[in-house]
Each structure stands twice: as C-alpha cells, then as structure tokens.
Design a protein. Structure first.
Length: 182
C-alpha cells in the first residue's frame, strides 16, 4: 500500500477579503476530498464510508482438507462488511459427511495477506468430541484465502485443527480484514 507522501493544502489568501476566504475554504475542501480519495484508493483498492454497510445473509459451508459432502440440517449465516472490515456470524449443523482431515469454514470474502494469523473468532459446539485435554474451539482466518480453520485448544495443549466430526453443530463469529475482490 502506498499513501500520498506530499499533502499540499492551499495557502490562505486574505482573511480580510470575504471572497478570498470563501475561495480558500472551497479549495481546502476540494484538496481534502482528493487526499481522502487517494488514500481510499490505496487501501486494498477502495474503502467505503460507514454509511455504506453491506449486510447480507450468507450460507456457511463446511469442508475438510480431504474434500467430501456434508448433509446439513442447518446453514444460517450473516455477513457484515464495512469497507474491507468483515464480520461473519454462523450457525451450522450436519448429520453426516464424507469429508475427512481438518475441518474448515469456507469464507465469503478473501482474507487479506498478513505475516501471521491475526484474525481469530469464537466457536461453540454441540455433539462434537474434541479429544483428551482440549476444552474449546476457535476459528482462524487463513491469510490470502477463503478459509477459516476450525481449531481445538486447551490449557497446556498445543492447538490443532479439529478433525472433521461425523456430525454435530457449530455456531460462532469471526472478524477479519477482507480483500476487496467484489
């Protein structure tokens, strides 16, 4: 991302002359708008103002690192986008699957590229066994992907990706910076 390195505001002309002050304020507003547009166009392509919020129902989909099909009982989700800021809420249940390996949620917007895994969310479950010592689930948005890994963790335990359960239900929330790929 490159931001404008020079900010050139118009010089004040003459406060004693009301016409000059009006012209100065118009020029100042124009320059500030141009500066904002330059910055906005360099932040992942564009940015919207807070009045432009995309809120939509979204159909959350699970998969495994070994692909397969899920028989869903429930797939409810909401996505909220404010510029590149993305929030997801999901409630999913399934009764059977042919998927295997690590469980992940397919995200509706690509996650921005980052040096680590800074975007974490919470997940609650029902009907899912975590394994000895694991006490909670989380979701991690994988940088530069449409993937939210469902992970297990516990006190004194190394975190790991949850192995695809045969059935169960998950509900949760995650926030991340999504690339503007619309």
């Amino acid at each position: 991302m490159s931001l404008p390195s020079e900010i050139k505001l118009p010089l004040r002309v003459d406060y004693a002359n009301e016409g000059d002050l009006d012209r100065y304020l118009r020029d100042l507003v124009f320059e500030i708008q141009t500066m904002y547009e330059d910055i906005a166009n360099n932040v992942n392509g564009f940015i919207r103002n807070d009045t432009e919020v995309d809120q939509a129902q979204w159909v959350p989909t699970l998969n495994g690192t070994v692909a397969g099909n899920f028989t869903y009982g429930n797939q409810v989700g909401w996505s909220i986008r404010r510029g590149i800021y993305t929030e997801l809420f999901f409630d999913i249940s399934w009764t059977a699957t042919t998927a295997a390996g690590g469980l992940y949620l397919e995200l509706p917007y690509r996650v921005t590229l980052s040096a680590g895994y800074p975007f974490h969310g919470f997940v609650r479950s029902s009907g899912i066994a975590y394994g000895a010592g694991y006490t909670y689930l989380s979701i991690n948005a994988v940088p530069d992907s449409y993937t939210g890994n469902i992970g297990v963790a516990g006190s004194g335990m190394a975190s790991a990706q949850l192995t695809v359960p045969a059935s169960g239900s998950l509900f949760g929330h995650i926030s991340y910076i999504g690339i503007s790929d619309e």
